[in-house]
Ligand binder design. Structure first.
Ligand SMILES: N[C@@H](CCC(=O)N[C@@H](CS)C(=O)NCC(=O)O)C(=O)O
Length: 213
């Protein structure tokens, strides 16, 4: 198998890389690294990803980590539908949105809201209301910014066709809307809601949707 992705199916970042592989039609093997059980910190995994995070990617002896680098490589190294706009400004928007997701959306939507509202109770704990209260406005701001960066009338985040930006955001949003405040925040943003109505149903999303619980 020439393409190997190391990471658990429940990881949003691993899912973004899988979405790129699915959208391009590239066969791959997903090798489980259960970060919730500490497997990310094994010497073996840290040799692939120095911080012990997922995903890590291999293709015919070429090793790569950092999800946006991985998804760009997948788009550029394999045949299939283009996942980056040809237009330089739209491509810059795509990179900008991925940066916003990494720096602002993921830390608040997943690291604070989803973690406290969904994972902590699933593990038998009590959500930390202070973390939720801090994370929600940060998540709202990230959503507002991403919606504002979508061009008027576009079906996808950076044009008519799905790009790496859509694949970066979709796994984060899928978890965020499993929470009640997440659903309410999305509902207040009609253009992002309409986008999610399409994106959440794509075959690549359905195929990679993790079973939680
Ligand atoms: N900058 C990394 C971030 C990856 C990341 O944060 N992955 C999460 C899972 S979705 C992770 O590995 N968390 C475990 C940890 O932080 O130890 C990338 O783009 O790949």
């Amino acid at each position: 198998m020439p393409v190997v992705l190391h990471g658990p199916a429940y990881s949003t970042y691993a899912r973004s890389a899988r979405l790129a592989l699915e959208e391009k039609g590239v066969p791959y093997e997903l090798r489980e690294v259960d970060i919730l059980k500490g497997a990310g910190q094994s010497p073996e995994h840290r040799a692939r990803q120095p911080w012990g995070k997922v995903p890590a990617f291999e293709h015919d002896g070429f090793n790569l980590f950092e999800t946006f680098a991985i998804t760009r490589y997948i788009d550029e190294a394999f045949p299939g539908p283009r996942l980056q706009p040809e237009d330089a400004r739209r491509r810059a928007r795509m990179t900008q949105i991925c940066g916003v997701i990494d720096s602002y959306a993921y830390p608040s939507m997943i690291g604070k809201v989803f973690w406290q509202a969904a994972i902590v109770p699933m593990q038998g704990g009590t959500p930390d209301q202070a973390v939720l209260a801090e994370g929600l406005p940060q998540a709202e701001q990230a959503l507002t910014v991403v919606e504002g960066l979508m061009a008027e009338g576009d079906a996808a985040l950076c044009g008519g066709a799905v790009s790496l930006a859509d694949l970066h955001l979709a796994p984060v949003l899928d978890y965020f809307v499993m929470t009640e405040p997440g659903r309410a925040a999305l509902a207040r943003r009609p253009r992002l809601s309409a986008w999610w109505g399409r994106m959440g149903q794509r075959p690549s999303m359905v195929k990679t949707r993790p079973a939680l619980g």
